[in-house]
Each structure stands twice: as C-alpha cells, then as structure tokens.
Design a protein around this ligand. Structure first.
Ligand SMILES: NC(=O)c1ccc[n+]([C@@H]2O[C@H](COP(=O)([O-])OP(=O)(O)OC[C@H]3O[C@@H](n4cnc5c(N)ncnc54)[C@H](O)[C@@H]3O)[C@@H](O)[C@H]2O)c1
Length: 323
C-alpha cells in the first residue's frame, strides 16, 4: 500500500515523507501504507528503501501513470507554483495549479473506479483564497475572494477537489495551511518568504529585510505542526468531515512586530539588529490581503493542533537546525 506525494521533494513534501516513514515504523501508518512515492521535478532527498522517486512533470500523463498505481491508497497533492511565482507567470501557474491538478484528479478517479475504492487525497490550499474586506477573526465558512493569481488558482483547485469528493470519485480533504515559519534553507518564490527570512537569516548571522509594516498580522504555523496536521488530515475518516471538504488548518495570529520581539528574546539583540525595514509594494499587495486570524474551534475539536506561541516556534528552528 502506497502514499504518493506530488511535490514530494519540496520542503513540506520531504517532511511529510519522513513523518509517514516514522508512522510506518510505529505501525500506525495512515491507510495501512507501507511505501511512499515522491512525484516531483527533483529526486526526493529522503534516502530510504521504502521511498521511490518518480522524477517528472505532474502535467505529463505518462509521469502520472508511472507514479499512481493500483496500490495507491492515498495522495498528498503538494506540487504547485507558489504565490510569488504565480503572480509572475500566470500561464505556468495555470498549467500546474489548475490543468495538472485536474489531470491528477481524473487519474485518481479512474484508479478509484477500477479498484472500487475511492483514493484519499489531501490537497494543500492556502489562506490566499481569502481577500477583500474581512472581519478580525475569519469564521469557518467565509466566502473565498482571492486577491492574487495564487489564491484564485488554489480556490479553483479547492472547488475541483470538493466536487470530485461530492461525486464520490475520490475522498478529498482540503487543508488551507497557514504561512509556514520558520522554513529552513534558502528564500523561495512565495511572497511570504520574508516570514521565515526575518528570523532564519538573523539567527544565522545574516542581515534580512522586512518588506511589510510591523503591524501586519500573520497566520502562522511551525513546519512540525503543519506536517502533524497534514498527517492527521489523512487519518480522518470521511464521516468525520462535513460535506464541504475545505478546512482552515489551525495557526497562531502574530504581528510582524511580535515576530521580531520573539527573535530578540530567543536570538538576542544582535540578531534583532540584523533586520532592517525595506517596504516592498509587490509583497505588501499580496501578503497584506491575507487574513490574520481564524475561528478554528471545530478544527481543534477534530484533532488538529497549533503551536503554543511564536517564541516556541523560533526555538524549534534553533533546536532543529542550529544545534
Ligand atoms: N510553505 C508554506 O508556507 C505554505 C503555505 C500554504 C500552502 N502551501 C502549499 O503547500 C504545498 C507545498 O509547499 P512547499 O512550501 O513545500 O513548496 P516547495 O516549493 O518547497 O515544494 C513544491 C514542490 O513541487 C514541485 N513541483 C512544482 N511544479 C511541479 C510540477 N509541474 N511537477 C512536479 N513537481 C512540481 C517542486 O519541484 C517542489 O519540490 C504547495 O501546494 C503550497 O502551495 C505552503
């Protein structure tokens, strides 16, 4: 039994791969999975005999056929063009985030029909599906009104996953993830990349620029917590979910000023002094349109979790990557 991860070589994909291997070792793998396949443009960085890499483009039907066999019981669909990249290249974003997503869903529909068992799918969406005028705390069911190409295409993906689930073609779960911070490694093409950069860079002794006002509210999750929630989403049975499969995955509401205060408490005044303000309208237009807080009571009751506070998130980065 196999779980396939599109985008399996990426940041979250490789962490989900490791989390699934731990669950297999503990005899508690979602859906009784024993193996993991990564479908990505790059090879999975996880070297383990139970992990197979299918290297290729999600948009290529041969690659899909190679990755998705009849032993596929679950799929994480993580491969995507991210927020900054989507704003810069509309056609690429449409090709990957919409056309290839639909091709994947069709493939899973066929597989499910042939095996007589709908494949369970976890689709990573984003709070970028929201925009326009929003209340301080966004209720669970709030209309999507994206203000970016990325948000619009994630909203289309959500509707597709929901409709394929309603029709019984597959068993989908839509996880609208908070912004992940502190993300290790290098800056990426996400407009929210600074939400990690203003902590990661100074903690490594490197200067960083803050492109948004300090009062900007961010909805954040540590990588560990986000991955625990993605694994939990695969564990949930269909009867625990409502008809609408969209879920606002819990995060914590933190202003940029509070993030910088946490940096100072955990990393010291020297680290804080490495962050300077460099307002960037392109980043502000995207990130400042996102909501900063959500009502996630039902998600917590369903067993999803969130971080204690932002100091703890920064400490996690220090203990996972700097010690
Ligand atoms: N990290 C965050 O803060 C965050 C927040 C909300 C939602 N998400 C969503 O979570 C998912 C994973 O994000 P991430 O941070 O791990 O991104 P990432 O860029 O690290 O990983 C994405 C992976 O997808 C692969 N990919 C892209 N296009 C592909 C294609 N056409 N065919 C095959 N593979 C392709 C890339 O090679 C990359 O390895 C994405 O769907 C993203 O939109 C992330």
């Amino acid at each position: 039994m196999r779980i396939v991860i599109t985008g399996g070589a990426g940041f979250l994909g490789s962490m989900v791969t490791r989390a699934l291997l731990e669950r297999i070792d503990a005899g508690r793998a979602p859906l009784g999975a024993t193996h993991v396949t990564s479908l990505d443009l790059a090879t999975s960085p996880v070297a383990d005999p139970r992990v197979t890499s299918v290297v290729g483009n999600l948009a290529d039907p041969d690659v899909l056929a190679q990755a998705l066999g009849h032993d596929t019981v679950g799929v994480y669909h993580l491969a995507a063009v991210l927020s900054g990249g989507s704003e810069q290249d509309f056609d690429l974003a449409m090709a990957v985030n919409v056309d290839a997503t639909r091709a994947l869903l069709e493939r899973l529909r066929t597989n499910g029909q042939e095996s007589g068992r709908p494949v369970r799918l976890v689709f990573t969406s984003s709070l970028a599906v929201f925009g326009g005028q929003m209340p301080e705390v966004v209720p669970e069911h709030w209309a999507e009104q994206p203000d970016s190409t990325y948000g619009a295409l994630k909203a289309i993906g959500e509707l597709l996953v929901n409709e394929y689930s309603r029709k019984g073609f597959l068993d989908g779960r839509i996880c609208r993830l908070p912004t992940i911070s502190v993300r290790p490694g290098k800056p990426n093409s996400a407009a929210s990349s600074f939400a990690s950069g203003i902590l990661r860079e100074p903690l490594n002794g490197i200067p960083a620029e803050c492109p948004v006002p300090h009062e900007t509210r961010m909805w954040l999750s540590s990588p560990r917590t986000a991955v625990a929630n993605l694994v939990h989403a695969m564990d949930l049975s269909a009867d625990q979910l409502s008809g609408w499969r969209g879920m606002n995955v819990p995060g914590i509401c933190v202003t940029v000023q509070e993030m910088l205060d946490s940096l100072e408490r955990v990393g010291g005044a020297q680290a804080r002094a490495l962050v300077t303000d460099a307002p960037d309208q392109r980043v502000m237009d995207i990130v400042c349109s996102w909501p900063g807080d959500f009502d996630v009571q039902r998600m917590l009751e369903l067993g999803f979790v969130r971080d204690e506070d932002f100091d703890d998130v920064v400490r996690q980065y220090v203990s996972d990557h700097l010690r």
